[in-house]
Design a protein around this ligand. Structure first.
Ligand code: ARG
Length: 492
C-alpha cells in the first residue's frame, strides 16, 4: 500500500488514502469542465444562506468576491487544480478558504457535494443544450437554403435502395429537415425537464437550516425546486434523456451521411462534396474520400454507446447518491463534444454540396419510376387498382425486355395492355408530370415543397434571403389551412 499523507476531508480517518486510490477516485481531471457552473451554484447558495440569516452580509460578500477571483483565475489558466482535492467542488472550496479564510469554510453549510454536483450537471447541460440547439438550427437553415435551390431538381426516390418513384431533391432535403426538427423538439423538451433545482436536498435528506429553495432555484434560472430530496441527488434521468436524444440525432446524421457517401460515389454520381470536406488516400492518388460524412456516421455508434453506458450506470442503483454517479460525466461530456463537432462539420459542409442535376434526372429515368403513375392513370379511367397493377406489370416487362422506359413505349404498344390508354398518358409518364401530381400536403410536387420550405422557415423563425412565395402559389395549395394549423400547434 502506498500511503499519501495529505488526506482530504476528514478527521474520521486514522489512515491516509492509498496514493493510487486517491488518483482512482478523483474526478477533477474531467469535472473541472463544470467549474463555471459550480461557481454559479455556490454564489446562489451563499446568497440564499445570507437571505435566511445563516451567513452575514459580510460573509456573503467575501464569498462572492473570493469566487469571482477564482473564476477569473480559472479563465486565465492560473488556477492550480489538485488531485488531492478530488473534484471540482473541493478544489474550488479549498481555494476559497485559502483566499478568504473562515467565511470560505461556511459556504458548505446546508449543502452536500451530492446536491451540488446534481446542480452543476444540470446547469452545464442546460448551457450545452442551448449551444447544440444553435448549431442544429444552423444546419437546418443550411438544408432549407439548399432545398430552396432544388424544388425543381428531379431525382429518383428509393425504397430498398431501388429506384421507386421520382421526387425532387428539395423534397429529399426536407425529409432530413423534418428528422432534425424532431430532434430540436426533443432537445427543448429535455431542457425543460432538466431545469429543476436539486439545491437544498443536501446529502439526501435535506437540511436542518431554514433554507429558501425557491430563492436559490430562481437565482439559477431553474423553474422550481425539485420535489424529493432523495430523488434530487440520485436522479440522472436528464443525462440519459439527453444522451438518448443525442443518439437519435446522431442516428439521423448517420443516415444523412450514408446517403451523401453513396451519392458522392462514381456509381451514383449525384452530388459533389467539396474538397475542403474530403481527404485523399496515402496510396491511391485518384481518391477523394468523403471523410466528414464517414466520420460522422462512425461517431453515431460512439454516442449510442454512451447512452447504453449511462443506462447501465443507473440500473439497479439503490437510493440515494452512490459514487457510481461520478461515472456519468465522461459519457455525457463526450456526447456533448461529439454532437457539437458533428453538427458543426455538417452545418459548414451542407451549403457547399453540389447537386449534379443531369445525373439525378438520368437516374430517375431508369428503373420505371413512373409505373405507379400509369397504374393511377388507369384507376382514374375506372380500372380497379389491383388490375391496373397487373397491366402495368406487363408493360414494365416489355420495357425491361426491350430496354426502354415506359415513356419510351409507343402508344400502340401501351394500348395492347389496355385500350383505355390515350395520348395524354405521356404527360402522366413524364417525371415532371409524376412529381407535379403529388401536390397534397407532404407530397413532392415542386409547389408543395416550396410551401413546406416556407412553413419550415416560420417554424424556425428564419427567412431565406432569396426565397419568395406568391399569394397565388399559396392559394394553389388546398391544404394550406391545415399547414397553418400544424404551424400553430408547433408554435405553442
Ligand atoms: N465527484 C463526485 C461526483 O461526481 C461529487 C459528489 C461526491 N459525493 C460524495 N458523497 N462522495 O459524483
Amino acid at each position: 500500500m502506498n500511503i499519501n499523507s495529505q488526506k482530504l476531508s476528514s478527521a474520521r480517518f486514522a489512515q491516509a488514502t492509498d496514493a493510487f486510490v486517491e488518483i482512482f477516485t478523483a474526478s477533477v481531471d474531467f469535472d473541472k469542465r463544470m467549474a463555471n457552473q459550480d461557481i454559479q451554484g455556490s454564489l446562489a447558495h451563499a446568497k440564499m444562506l445570507c437571505k435566511v440569516g445563516v451567513l452575514t452580509d459580510s460573509e456573503r460578500d467575501l464569498i462572492i468576491r473570493g469566487l469571482t477571483q477564482i473564476q477569473s483565475e480559472i479563465e486565465h489558466g492560473e488556477f492550480e487544480w489538485s488531485i488531492q482535492q478530488e473534484d471540482v467542488h473541493m478544489n474550488i472550496e479549498a481555494r476559497l478558504t485559502h483566499l478568504i479564510g473562515i467565511a470560505g469554510k461556511k459556504l458548505h453549510t446546508g449543502r452536500s457535494r451530492n446536491d451540488q454536483v446534481a446542480t452543476d450537471i444540470r446547469l452545464y447541460l442546460r448551457d450545452e443544450i442551448a449551444a447544440i440547439g444553435d448549431e442544429l438550427k444552423r444546419l437546418q437553415l443550411a438544408i432549407l437554403n439548399l432545398a430552396e435551390q432544388h424544388t425543381d431538381t428531379i431525382m429518383p426516390g428509393f425504397t430498398h435502395l431501388q429506384v421507386a418513384q421520382p421526387i425532387v431533391f428539395g423534397h429529399h432535403l426536407m425529409a432530413w429537415f423534418e428528422m432534425l426538427n424532431r430532434d430540436a423538439d426533443r432537445l427543448r423538451d429535455c431542457a425543460k425537464r432538466l431545469n429543476v433545482s436539486p439545491l437544498g436536498a443536501a446529502a439526501l435528506a435535506g437540511t436542518s437550516y431554514p433554507i429558501d429553495r425557491h430563492f436559490s432555484a430562481e437565482l439559477l434560472g431553474f423553474s422550481y425546486p425539485s420535489a424529493n430530496s432523495l430523488d434530487s441527488v440520485s436522479d440522472r434521468d436528464f443525462a440519459i434523456e439527453f444522451t438518448a436524444t443525442a443518439s437519435i440525432l446522431m442516428m439521423h446524421l448517420s443516415r444523412f451521411s450514408e446517403e451523401l457517401i453513396l451519392w458522392a460515389s462514381a456509381q451514383f454520381n449525384f452530388i459533389d462534396i467539396p474538397d475542403a470536406f474530403c481527404t485523399g488516400s496515402s496510396i491511391m492518388p485518384q481518391k477523394k474520400n468523403p471523410d466528414v460524412p464517414e466520420l460522422v456516421r462512425g461517431k453515431s455508434g460512439r454516442v449510442t454507446g454512451h447512452l447504453v453506458a449511462l443506462l447501465m450506470l443507473m440500473k439497479s442503483q439503490p437510493l440515494a447518491y452512490n459514487k457510481d454517479n461520478q461515472e456519468d460525466k465522461e459519457p455525457l461530456f463526450d456526447t456533448v463534444d461529439t454532437l457539437l463537432n458533428c453538427l458543426r462539420a455538417y452545418a459548414d459542409m451542407v451549403p457547399h454540396l453540389v447537386a449534379k442535376k443531369e445525373n439525378m434526372y438520368r437516374a430517375a429515368k431508369q428503373g420505371f419510376a413512373t409505373a405507379t403513375d400509369l397504374a393511377d392513370y388507369l384507376v382514374r379511367k375506372g380500372v380497379a387498382f389491383r388490375d391496373a397493377h397487373e397491366i402495368v406489370g406487363l408493360a414494365v416487362r416489355l420495357g425491361v425486355e426491350t430496354k426502354r422506359d415506359l415513356s419510351e413505349l409507343t402508344l400502340a404498344e401501351l394500348q395492347t395492355f389496355s385500350p383505355l390508354i390515350g395520348e395524354e398518358v405521356f404527360e402522366v409518364l413524364s417525371l415532371e408530370g409524376s412529381v407535379a401530381a403529388r401536390s397534397h400536403i407532404g407530397g413532392t410536387a415542386p409547389e408543395t415543397v416550396r410551401i413546406a420550405i416556407r412553413t419550415a422557415c416560420e417554424r424556425l423563425e428564419v427567412q431565406l434571403p432569396h426565397f419568395h412565395i406568391s399569394g397565388e402559389e399559396l392559394r394553389l395549395n388546398l391544404y394550406q389551412p391545415q399547414i397553418s394549423t400544424a404551424c400553430q400547434h408547433l408554435a405553442e
